[in-house]
Design a protein around this ligand. Structure first.
Ligand code: MRU
Length: 346
């Protein structure tokens, strides 16, 4: 995988050999972005299957379950992580055959999740691009591009598709303190796609919205509750508030795997709190910008209430309010599609 901590200074690809290494890579944000960590965790489980010396399937499953537990705990907010692990485990549990057969099955399912993610992103791009007008200036938060998924991107994927369709778009890239996913990663990606952009610090968004220089606000999601509350990178809530106050539409772009119908509302979403040093230094490994002994808080995500969200773009279409009704509908469509695909391949 690409070591995202090193970008944009260096594009370094590293190789991981064990599920523990994958869990650490997720925790340390070598790989980050909800769908990307889901796909990585799937391969982490495939590595665990490979590492297991079990002779019996019951022993094999117990090795797999303990690896899944470690991987699941590496980052708690993005639901895609647990979603991918549960999906691989479910497929393995439903199968019969030797331990060797199960190993192959686990790897196949991890690969299927990764392959599907690319197709899902492309579909979100197509649906979402219909919302973008020629000449739009868009504020984008965090990194939701190819780096945050397996390929293409969620919110950034929508911008890429609109750009490929010939629409002239300009992106104001929130730098996204404290980890700078915007200025380090999104700007790096946009440069490669030839999409015009300018970086702004997060606290400038209100100024640009208030002065009428922005037509849309786009971001991804790490977990969407059943009522449409969206957990996403810290700062999303403030951005959505300012956009709403100025009548600018706010779109969250996320695969249906980010929708968690088990949680009725956003306040139930567990928010990861990270090392305060990420706030006390301007960059990872950077120089300290606070006095010696200063304390800091570092919640990595916040929850934007559904009333501030204009629509949620998924691979199966654009979901509008009332979200409590329409999110379950779109989830049902996805489950039906998966079932039909499965029965076709059987
Ligand atoms: O902490 P990160 O960098 O993993 O946070 C990523 C985000 O918040 C993204 O906006 C989210 O995962 C959706 S991106 C496809």
């Amino acid at each position: 995988m690409i070591d995202q901590r090193r970008l944009p200074a260096a594009l370094e690809v590293i190789t991981l050999h064990t599920h523990m290494e994958v869990a650490e890579a997720i925790l340390n944000m070598i790989v980050r972005g909800a769908p990307a960590i889901g796909a990585a965790a799937g391969f982490g489980l495939a590595l665990a299957a490979n590492e297991s010396r079990a002779q019996s399937s019951s022993r094999f499953f117990s090795d797999l379950e303990s690896a899944a537990k470690i991987l699941k705990a590496s980052r708690p907010t993005a639901v895609n992580l647990a979603w991918a692990l549960d999906r691989v485990l479910r497929v393995a549990h439903a199968a019969t055959g030797s331990v060797e057969d199960l190993r192959v099955l686990v790897l196949d399912e991890a690969q299927r999740i990764a392959d599907e993610d690319v197709a899902v992103n492309k579909r979100m791009g197509e649906h979402g691009a219909a919302l973008i007008d020629d000449g739009d200036t868009i504020i984008h938060h965090c990194n939701t591009g190819a780096l945050a998924v397996v390929d293409w991107g969620t919110a950034l994927g929508v911008i890429r598709t609109a750009h490929e369709q010939g629409k002239r778009v300009h992106v104001l890239v929130d730098e996204t303190r404290p980890r700078l996913q915007g200025s380090r990663l999104t700007a790096w990606e946009l440069g490669q796609y030839g999409i015009p952009y300018e970086i702004i610090s997060d606290n400038m968004a209100g100024y640009f919205l208030r002065t009428g220089q922005v037509q849309k606000v786009l971001f991804g999601a790490d977990r969407i509750a059943a009522n449409g509350d969206v957990a996403n990178k810290i700062g999303t809530y403030m951005l959505a508030l300012a956009a709403h106050d100025n009548g600018v539409p706010v779109y969250s772009v996320a695969p249906t795997s980010s929708i968690d119908l088990t949680l009725s509302e956003g306040s139930l979403i567990f928010i990861e709190e990270r090392d305060p040093d990420e706030v006390l230094a301007i960059q990872f490994h950077g120089e300290r910008v606070a006095p010696e002994g200063a304390k800091a808080r570092n919640p990595a995500f916040d929850v934007t209430p559904n009333r501030l969200i204009t629509a949620i773009v998924t691979e199966n279409g654009i979901v509008k309010p009332p979200f409590d009704v329409n999110l379950s509908k779109i989830k049902r469509i996805t489950i039906k599609q998966q079932y039909q695909k499965k029965t076709k391949t059987l």
